[in-house]
Design a protein around this ligand. Structure first.
Ligand code: UDX
Length: 457
């Protein structure tokens, strides 16, 4: 048994935090943003990370980085789906993380005593490590509160026959989870739905043993979900987002940003550009890329389109359809990876065609940019419904990708009256986001509560 288990924890003030992100872009970024906030509040920070998708420590000189072995082969890292990778990581990282914790808690370790582990919810094995060392664990949920209650409702949704989804296009409302319809329920690629349901249930059950839940969200956009979470989860909740609004220039991006697009944006008319990006994981068939390309061209709007490596299934670099470059020359730009937060804040950008990953959704809300929602998997469908139906700052592109429909949907967002209404709503929501971060605002107060909570653990 590690000696640390016996060590009285009250001797020195505990201001050392161990943060463990899940190694995907949409999860690493909010964890590092959270680390930056907590460091500014006087905590010392250790980031434990896998070799797979390792963040760049040189961008964060104030943090201590501890790599651990993730046991993934190059083949697994490249070929497995996200769900399979997460399952492997939860098994493979257990031993190395326990060993590291034992070392950090030993009396020889010069660092301050550890106050708590802050773990991505998806890295659920960290709860058993925390329990073993009698260290509190706070979790970070990187997606919306609405998606959290949706995943938590999976057992009920199975009981009522909504899951497994029989008809992915069904508009039937899920009366237990307004405003979701069956087609808005999360879909995750997996070899076995049964395993998926078990993992989701286990992740949420261990969440019930945590000392608190942090969300990268703010109260104003999650009111209904919050009522439900407060009923079902007794631990403190901290809605402290939008996290990206606190961070400095340091970068958590796993891919290099192509800043040349900012110069191009400077030359475009205000509010004219549709920005198109589907995040770091979503991928599509070649024929879908072709429809998107011609749909964008048909819209007639200036565009900035992120086509990252791997976006088209099975090919490292996606080729544009014949004639697309000639047709759109001077009207748009295709880049491999954009500085998204700056792009969304640029006055030339008037709309965002997004997959509704939660980071992209929050970043768009915070810049007052209305969205064309095209959710691909997981929580994204729930987020898209929140954006289009509750917040009314976006419209969904539904029932398949066809160039004519895409062109029309882009114009609807960018130039039609309906788009103008969404733009007005988006501006108001941006103001709410700005307010929640100011002294007295809900997220500002939540951060104070989080700091006090950690100090009192
Ligand atoms: C994943 C899941 O897909 C998503 O559903 C979940 O909510 C979070 O984890 P991802 O698909 O990558 O994330 O989407 P998103 O959450 O939007 O995160 C992407 C991040 O990459 C954003 O912070 C965005 O600013 C950044 N990005 C994206 C860039 O910096 N440049 C780009 O060109 C595109």
């Amino acid at each position: 048994m590690p000696r640390s288990k016996e060590r009285p924890r009250q001797h020195r003030k505990r201001t050392h935090l161990v943060l463990f992100p899940c190694p995907f872009q949409g999860h690493i970024t909010p964890m590092l943003q959270l680390a930056t906030i907590l460091h500014s509040k006087g905590f010392s920070i250790t980031i434990v990370h896998t070799q797979f998708n390792s963040p760049n420590p040189s961008n964060y000189p104030n943090f201590n980085f501890e790599p651990i072995s993730d046991g993934l082969s190059v083949d697994q890292a490249q070929k497995e789906n996200v769900m399979a990778l997460v399952t492997l990581l939860n098994v493979n990282c257990h031993g190395p993380f326990s060993d590291l914790m034992a070392q950090m808690l030993s009396e020889e370790d010069p660092r301050d005593p550890i106050a708590c582990i802050v773990s991505d919810a998806v890295m659920h094995f960290t709860q058993s490590v925390a329990d073993h060392f009698k260290i509190p664990r706070i979790i970070l949920r990187t997606s919306s509160a609405l998606s959290f209650i949706t995943f938590d409702a999976f057992p009920l949704l199975r009981e009522k026959g909504y899951l497994p989804i029989q008809d992915p296009q069904s508009e039937t409302p899920v009366s237990e989870l307004p405003p979701l319809r069956i087609k808005d329920l999360p879909n995750i690629s997996t070899d076995s739905s049964e395993t998926l349901y078990q993992v989701v249930a286990h992740t949420n059950n261990v969440t019930r043993n945590s000392s608190g839940i942090i969300f990268n969200s703010f109260e104003h956009i999650e009111e209904a979900a919050l009522v439900k979470i407060r009923q079902d989860f007794p631990m403190p909740l901290f809605l402290i987002g939008p996290l990206h609004k606190y961070s400095s220039g340091s970068s958590s991006s796993l891919l290099p940003h192509d800043h040349s697009c900012m110069v191009w944006l400077d030359k475009q008319a205000p509010g004219s550009v549709i920005y198109v990006s589907f995040g770091s994981l979503a991928c599509m068939e070649k024929k879908e890329l072709v429809e998107i390309a011609w749909g964008i061209a048909n819209s007639g709007q200036p565009f900035l389109w992120v086509v990252r490596s791997g976006l088209v299934r099975g090919s490292a670099s996606a080729e544009m359809p014949d004639g697309f470059e000639e047709e759109t020359r001077g009207k748009g730009l295709v880049v491999k990876w954009a500085p998204q937060k700056e792009v969304l804040a640029h006055p030339s950008v008037g709309g965002f065609w997004t997959h509704n990953g939660w980071n992209s959704t929050v970043e768009s809300i915070c810049e007052g940019v209305p969205m064309l929602c095209w959710p691909c998997f997981g929580d994204q469908k729930v987020n898209a419904r929140l954006v289009s139906h509750v917040l009314k700052v976006g419209v969904q592109l539904e029932n398949g990708l066809e160039r004519e429909k895409i062109g029309w949907a882009i114009r609807r967002l960018m130039v039609e009256k309906e788009g103008e209404e969404m733009r007005n709503n988006a501006r108001k929501l941006k103001d709410k986001a700005d307010l929640c971060l100011k002294k007295g605002g809900s997220s500002y107060e939540s951060i104070d509560r989080l700091v006090n909570c950690i100090l009192s653990l």
